[in-house]
Design a protein around this ligand. Structure first.
Ligand code: NAD
Length: 352
């Protein structure tokens, strides 16, 4: 049996379809059950230590792992090494000591390579870290979008892969500085029917470091659900300039968001993933409750505002490829994809 910690008021993990390990701090329980020798020695390289990579790297370090942050942004890694990683979280500022590198020369012996670049950079990052990959090196991805698993598998054909999603938020504020407010949920799975122990061990270390996680056995369902959410929320806030809260309180943009998300669910079902329209709409509604994320702008909005390439190809483009393969029509998704692409192709000439 693989168990970790669960609590009395929540349904036990065996009654939650898909959940095989739950690492939560649930209010009022005071009951944490940890099982077995989880959290064996982990030496982790975060590959892409921007907002999310830094946040998760820090949690793993606090949970007992030996962590190095790797990022090609030298200004960022130098600032971290000189002054520490400055973390703005829930009204407090802390400075954390954690080593950072901007090239992999001279480093090695990592048990885990945790990829946290934007999904459009996964393939390039995998090429860079290829010399560090051994057959027993665990590759981890919690990135948004589709195609990350395939890019990792291609570069690491025999290594175990832990793949998942997270809605913990983080923002890169400048070299050596991130914002890491609030909490979220992270779900992942050891792929290809592999032994779940490495995934449970990983969750345990994250949890010791202050983050909650579920280990599941239906991760594609969650990945496609997150893609539906991002395809709707990220594109529509970027196209309209509305915050998440305003998007939700404006009937026209909310209708559009539901339609885009339902197009993604249709494509998911075409390829055999049981993702209902209701689920994807509920997931959008869940962040639109009063007080939730109201002033938030997703990362695609920030990319568009800064004139950077967005993740639209991996979030929308990959779904459109599936739709084409199964000959299904996804007009709302197609429309937002084309509009984001049109913006991206014209950054220097756009008027704001
Ligand atoms: P980010 O831009 O802050 O960080 C990505 C980092 O990767 C950058 O610092 C960049 O310099 C680095 N990088 C790029 N190519 C590299 C390479 N070849 N080798 C090493 N480093 C490289 O992005 P982020 O916001 O942390 O997002 C990372 C992923 O997490 C994305 O897929 C995003 O959609 C997803 N995500 C983000 C959030 C959030 O709140 N920011 C929440 C959930 C999921």
């Amino acid at each position: 049996m693989y168990c970790c910690c669960h609590e009395s008021v929540d349904a036990p993990y065996w009654e939650n379809p898909g959940i095989i390990g739950r690492f939560r701090n649930l209010p009022g329980s005071g009951f944490l059950e940890r099982f077995s020798a989880l959290g064996d020695y982990m030496k982790v390289l975060i590959v892409g230590a921007g907002a999310m990579g830094s946040r998760f790297g820090l949690a793993l370090a606090k949970g007992g792992a030996e962590v190095t942050l790797f990022d090609i942004n030298r200004e960022h890694t130098e600032a971290i090494n000189q002054k520490g990683l400055e973390v703005h979280a829930d009204g407090k500022v802390s400075v954390e000591k954690i080593p950072a590198i901007s090239g992999i020369e001279g480093s090695g012996g990592f048990t885990h390579l945790f990829i946290f670049t934007k999904s459009i950079h996964t393939r390039a990052a995998m090429e860079t870290i290829r010399p560090l990959i051994k057959d027993d090196t665990v590759l981890v991805t919690l990135q948004n979008g589709l195609g990350n698993i395939e890019a990792i598998r291609e570069a690491a054909p025999r290594s175990p892969i832990i793949a998942g999603i997270t809605n913990y938020p983080a923002v890169y504020l400048g070299p050596g500085v991130i914002r890491a407010d609030g909490s979220g949920i992270t779900r992942f799975q050891a792929l290809d029917g592999a032994d779940p122990a490495p995934a449970l061990g990983f969750a345990d270390v994250l949890h010791r470091g202050g983050m909650e996680a579920d280990v599941v056995d239906n991760i594609l369902h969650h990945i496609w659900g997150k893609v539906a959410f991002n395809a709707a929320m990220n594109t529509i806030t970027s196209l309209t300039g509305l915050s998440v809260g305003l998007l939700g309180s404006t009937p026209e943009s909310l209708t559009m968001a539901f339609n885009v998300a339902k197009d993604v669910a249709l494509a998911a079902r075409a390829r055999g993933i049981d993702l209902s329209d209701e689920e994807v709409c509920d997931s959008l509604r869940s962040v639109l409750k009063p007080g939730m994320s109201s002033g938030h702008y997703p990362s695609m909005f920030q990319d568009v505002s800064a004139g950077r390439k967005t993740e639209v190809e991996t979030i929308c483009g990959k779904v459109l490829e599936t739709a084409e393969q199964y000959k299904i029509k996804t007009p709302y998704l197609h429309s937002v994809y084309l509009l984001i692409r049109a913006i991206e192709d014209n950054y220097p000439n756009r008027k704001h």
